[in-house]
Design a protein. Sequence first.
Length: 157
Amino acid sequence: MRIKKEGDVVLMIVFLLFFAVVGYYLDYIEENDIPVLPFQKTSSSLNIFPGAKEIEMPKEILSPAIEEKEEKIRIIEIKNTKFNPSELNITAGTTVYWVNKDPKRVYQIYDKSPKQRFNSFRLDPFESFSYTFEEKGIYMFNDAVFTFMKGRIIVEP
């Protein structure tokens, strides 16, 4: 038993020394403004290391099509038993993500209409659910656990 205790003490000392050295190194880098990974980005090329050959960015990445796709995504955060935002105006084809940012609560989002077009079932903390709205209309949604939580999505063509 004595050997195990001595081994544990040695391991603890090694870890403390390791973290002390890492902390000293990080402080030294911060004080002297030394970049850990010098990264420079221009509009059409990447230069990760000084003196390295520049890499051309593919035209697809820089195209406006990417921006158009980002506009077709909206996020509703769920935290403290509230939807943020609780009302959205979107165009058809937009995907809405409900993200549970509440570390201690579980939610279940569903469409209140008789068709019940979407239902997230159980959304644990930091999980998300998405639905793509293809048809024009007004979609009322609710939480099954906290029934006072309500929201509305207005889809325009």
